[in-house]
Each structure stands twice: as C-alpha cells, then as structure tokens.
Design a protein around this ligand. Structure first.
Ligand code: SAH
Length: 213
C-alpha cells in the first residue's frame, strides 16, 4: 500500500494528539510519525488508521489504540539495542514501533492468521525481528533474558515465566485483570525482588492460554 503525503500529514496530526494526551518521549513520537499505520489495517478502513482508536483486525482481535501503544512504549524507557520480548504481535504495529526505536525485538502471537499477517507486513516494511507462533505465557526461554517485556493482551496474572525471563534491572509493562485491566509497570530489582507500579486502567483483548481452536 502507498504511503502518501496525506498519510504522512495525518500521522503528524496523530502525534500532536498523543502529545496533548501526555506522551512526551520524542523517540516514541518519532517512531509513530514514521510508521505507516494504515498498512496494518484493512485498506477499506484506511481512514481510521490515524485516529486515536483501537480497531478490529483478523481473528476477532484488535490493533491497540495509538495512545496505548505510545504509553506502554514510553513506560519501558527503551534504549537502542535492547532486547525486547513482546507478547501479542497482533497486527504487528507495536512490533514496528519497537523495531523503529532500534530494539532487538522478539514477538509471540497465538493466532496463526495474525502471526502470518504481521510477518508479511513487517517484512514488507523491512523490519527485522524474531516472530514466534505460540503461547506468550511461556515466553521465549531460548532468547532470554530480556531487557524489557511488553504484554499487549490482558493477563489474569503476571506470568511467572515472563518474570523469570526478565533481566535484573529490566522492566515489564503488562495489563492485568479481567474486563478492565490495571496497567502494571514492574521493575526487576533482583532475582527475587520486584517493584510494581499501577499506571491506570486500560482495556485489552484477553491473553489466552494454549491455542484451543
Ligand atoms: N499490539 C497488537 C495488539 C493486538 S491485540 C496490535 O496493536 O496490533 C492482542 C494480541 O494478543 C492478539 O493478537 C491476540 O491473539 C494475542 N494473544 C492473546 N493471548 C496470547 C498468548 N497467550 N500468547 C501470544 N499472543 C496472545
């Protein structure tokens, strides 16, 4: 799909909206300003791509609201070259934001259709990342530990495997709860100690265990 001057203009307007809503990190805003979000959405709904709303994608899932993407990414304090594990690749848009910021990205998706869709789009945009079709509750032990972990589906609790795979000194941002979730920012202080901050209420599709059809 084409990236026109009109799309670019709308992206800058979206960045203004995100700034008004409190997003401060220039690197996050620059990434959002550069990524063609309309490519991640069905072309017939292209007009919605630069509104600050979530939107349905395949397999009854949603592409997260740009504010939520920006907020979660900002909280991670991501530095170029850091290893990031993402749970819930979905459309791949959040993955693109992490890649654009120079992170080394590992991403898991449990819906095969979305695993394939996101891989096609991200590859066509020349983003390098390691994608996995599987259950995010298990993380990716082969590539652990991670500097940062971002979960983009609502978990019932913080998955212990993900805590183990986080580096000491690392951060995890994860929405926890049923229905509405509390966004938790977890700092891993030592192998056994964590500082947990509640960062407000959000609404995500549920993080489901194992693929059951
Ligand atoms: N960041 C994505 C959000 C997609 S919605 C985007 O903006 O497009 C959340 C995604 O998490 C969905 O695609 C859903 O299929 C996926 N998901 C749910 N449970 C999961 C699990 N246990 N492991 C991996 N992915 C999961």
């Amino acid at each position: 799909m084409k990236d026109s001057a009109k799309h670019q203009g709308r992206r800058l307007q979206l960045c203004d909206v995100l700034m008004q809503k409190g997003i401060r990190c220039k690197r996050v805003l620059n990434a959002i300003g550069r990524i063609p979000r309309h490519v991640f959405i069905d072309s017939s709904f292209e007009d919605f791509a630069y509104q600050d709303t979530a939107f349905p994608i395949a397999a009854d899932q949603t592409i997260s609201q740009p504010y939520t993407v920006a907020f979660q990414t900002e909280q991670l304090d991501l530095q170029p070259g850091e290893k990031v594990l993402e749970i819930g690749t979905g459309s791949g848009y959040q993955t693109a934001v992490l890649c654009e910021m120079g992170a080394k990205v590992y991403s898991i998706e449990r819906q095969h259709e979305l695993f394939l869709f996101s891989r096609r789009i991200l590859t066509s945009l020349n983003y390098n990342y390691t994608g996995k079709y599987g259950d995010g509750y298990k993380g990716m032990p082969t590539y652990a530990p991670f500097d940062k972990i971002i979960v983009t589906a609502g978990a019932i609790d913080v998955p212990p495997a993900l805590l183990r795979q986080l580096k000491t000194g690392g951060k995890m941002i994860i929405p926890v709860g049923q229905g509405t979730q509390k966004m938790l920012l977890i700092d891993k202080i030592s192998e056994k100690d964590y500082a947990v901050k509640k960062m407000g209420d959000f609404r995500f599709v549920p993080m489901l265990e194992e693929k059951d059809g």
